[in-house]
Design a protein around this ligand. Structure first.
Ligand SMILES: Cc1cc2nc3c(=O)[nH]c(=O)nc-3n(C[C@H](O)[C@H](O)[C@H](O)COP(=O)(O)OP(=O)(O)OC[C@H]3O[C@@H](n4cnc5c(N)ncnc54)[C@H](O)[C@@H]3O)c2cc1C
Ligand code: SF4
Ligand code: SF4
Length: 426
C-alpha cells in the first residue's frame, strides 16, 4: 500500500485524510496555515442544522491529529511534484514557526507578554492578535507561531520577551525553513476557495462606510469566540445592530465579475438572519436577493422557517448602491422587482454576501501538479467522474473545484479518498 498526499486542511482535506487513514493508508496532510480547519473554523453555526461549526469540526481535527496513520504538515506547502499515478514524489516546504512544536504546550504565557499587535486574519481584521499567536483557540496543533514580518526580535534584534517567559524553552529564533521529500501513490487536492473582495464594487461602500461588512466578517461578529463575544455590535459605534440588510450575489451572477452562482450565499445569509434573531428576537432582518437558490434537501423549509418563525423578510431586488446617513447607518437603494420601482431602506448594518472565488495561487499550483483549471480558475474535473482532475492519480474535492457547501464538500472528499485508494493498491 502506497502513502497518500492530501493538500489543504479544510473540512474537505480533513475528511479525505480521515477516510484514507481509516482504510489503513499512511496519509500526509499538508496545510499552509499554522492550523488545520479551513474556513469552517471561522463560521459560527452552519446551515442546514444550525449546529455549532466548531462542535462538528473540532472532533474531526482532533481525530486527524491523533490518528496513527496521519502525519500533519502544518505551516507547510507542497513545492514540487514529480512522477505519475501510483508513484509520485513530492517535496514539502515547512515554514519556520520559530517555536519548537515538540516543546510548546500552548500555555499562552508568551502571547500575554508580547508587546506587538497585528491585525488578526482569522478574525477578519476585526481585532488584533499578537506577533506570537495561536491561530485560533481550538487550533490543531495547539502550538503558537511567531509572525516574522512583525516580530520585533526577528525584525530588529531586540525584545525576546517571549523567550524569557517560556518555561518550556520552546522559542527558537534560529529555526529555518526546511524541506521534506516523500513518496505518494495518489494526491487529493482540497485547497478550498477565496472570497471576492468587494472593495472594487465602490457603489456598495465597503471600506468607505464602517457598517458595511462582508458575510465572513459577520460570521466572526456573531460568533461567541469572536471579537465581540457574539454580540452583534456595529463597527462604527459599538451599538447593537437592530436592523440588518443582507445583500446577495455581491460579485456573483454578474458578467463584470463572476458569472457563476456562488451556491451557498442564499442559504448562509438566511442562516445569518436566523442567528441574529436568535441573539435578539427584536432584530429586523431583510434579505435582498436576485432569485432564491435554496436547492438542497430541507433548504426550502429552512427559508420558510426563517420567514415565519424568525421574522426574516425577503425582498426580490437588485441593489443599485449603498450610501450612509449622518449616523453611519447604511442606506440601501434598490429596485423592488415586485413593484418595478426604486426604493430604499436604512439599516444599522449591511452584510455583503460576496462570491466564493478560485484562489489566486491556483495557476501556480496547477502548473506544479500538472493539472488544468477551468474557465473560472477552479480545478478542472471530469463532469462524469467529478473528483478526477485532468491528471491520473490526482483527485480534487471541495471548494477548490467551485463553490460548494460543507455537506457537499464532505461527500466529494469521501469520493476522492475512495478514488485515490485505487491508485494506492496498484
Ligand atoms: C460566509 C460563509 C458562510 C458559510 N456558511 C456555511 C454554512 O452555514 N453551511 C455550509 O454547509 N457551508 C457554509 N459555507 C461554505 C463552507 O465554508 C465551505 O463549504 C467549506 O469551507 C469548504 O471547505 P474546503 O475544505 O473545500 O475549503 P476551505 O475551507 O477553504 O479549506 C481549504 C484549506 O486549504 C488550505 N490551503 C489552500 N491552499 C493551500 C496550499 N497550496 N497548500 C496547503 N494548504 C492550502 C487553506 O489554508 C484551507 O485551510 C459558508 C461560506 C461562507 C463564505
Ligand atoms: S511558546 Fe512557550 S510560553 Fe508560548 S505557548 Fe508555547 S510553551 Fe507557552
Ligand atoms: S520577540 Fe517577537 S514574538 Fe517574542 S515577544 Fe517580542 S515581538 Fe513578540
Amino acid at each position: 500500500m502506497k502513502d497518500a498526499l492530501v493538500i489543504g486542511g479544510g473540512i474537505a482535506g480533513i475528511q479525505a485524510a480521515l477516510d484514507l487513514a481509516d482504510m489503513g493508508v499512511q496519509v500526509h496532510l499538508v496545510e499552509r496555515l499554522p492550523s488545520i480547519g479551513g474556513r469552517m473554523a471561522q463560521l459560527d453555526k452552519t446551515y442546514p442544522t444550525n449546529d455549532c461549526s466548531t462542535c462538528i469540526l473540532s472532533p474531526k481535527m482532533t481525530d486527524c491529529a491523533r490518528h496513527p496513520n496521519i502525519t500533519l504538515h502544518t505551516y507547510a506547502e507542497v513545492i514540487a511534484l514529480e512522477g505519475e499515478a501510483g508513484d509520485f514524489r513530492a517535496t514539502i516546504l515547512h515554514h519556520p514557526r520559530y517555536v519548537d512544536e515538540t516543546k510548546c504546550t500552548g500555555c499562552g504565557e508568551c502571547i500575554a507578554r508580547c508587546p506587538q499587535k497585528v491585525p488578526d486574519a482569522f478574525n477578519m481584521g476585526l481585532q488584533n492578535r499578537k506577533s506570537i499567536y495561536l491561530y485560533f483557540p481550538q487550533a490543531i496543533p495547539q502550538v503558537v507561531t511567531i509572525d516574522p514580518d512583525h516580530c520585533i526580535y526577528l525584525q530588529k534584534g531586540k525584545c525576546g520577551l517571549c523567550a524569557q517567559v517560556c518555561q518550556a524553552g520552546a522559542i527558537d529564533f534560529t529555526q529555518a525553513a526546511h524541506e521534506i521529500d516523500l513518496e505518494a501513490g495518489a494526491v487529493v487536492v482540497a485547497t478550498g476557495f477565496d472570497f471576492f473582495h468587494p472593495g472594487e464594487l465602490t457603489h456598495f461602500g465597503y471600506e468607505q462606510y464602517p457598517n458595511v461588512i462582508t458575510a465572513l466578517e459577520y460570521e466572526r461578529l456573531v460568533c461567541a469566540s469572536g471579537p465581540t463575544e457574539g454580540h452583534l455590535l456595529r463597527p462604527s459605534d459599538g451599538q447593537p445592530a437592530r436592523r440588518i440588510g443582507f445583500i446577495q450575489c455581491v460579485g456573483s451572477r454578474d458578467v463584470r465579475h463572476q458569472v457563476f452562482c456562488s451556491s451557498v450565499c442564499c442559504m448562509h445569509s438566511s442562516k445569518q438572519a436566523v442567528l441574529a434573531a436568535e441573539h435578539d428576537p427584536g432584530v429586523e432582518s431583510t434579505v435582498f436577493y436576485t432569485d432564491f437558490r435554496a436547492s438542497g434537501k430541507g433548504f426550502r423549509e429552512y427559508v420558510a422557517r426563517a420567514e415565519s418563525e424568525y421574522n426574516v423578510r425577503y425582498v426580490r431586488s437588485r441593489v443599485a448602491r449603498i450610501t450612509e446617513d449622518e449616523q453611519h447607518n447604511p442606506v440601501i437603494q434598490y429596485e423592488d422587482v415586485a413593484t418595478s420601482r426604486p426604493a430604499q431602506m436604512t439599516v444599522d448594518l449591511a452584510v455583503l454576501a460576496t462570491s466564493l472565488v478560485a484562489r489566486a495561487e491556483n495557476a501556480a499550483l496547477a502548473q506544479m501538479l500538472g493539472i488544468e483549471l477551468d474557465a473560472y480558475g477552479f480545478i478542472r474535473t471530469d463532469p462524469f467522474a467529478p473528483v478526477d482532475t485532468t491528471q491520473e492519480g490526482i483527485l480534487a474535492a471541495g471548494c477548490c473545484r467551485g463553490p460548494f457547501d460543507i455537506p457537499e464538500s464532505v461527500v466529494q472528499a469521501s469520493a476522492a479518498a475512495a478514488r485515490a485508494a485505487g491508485w494506492l493498491v496498484g
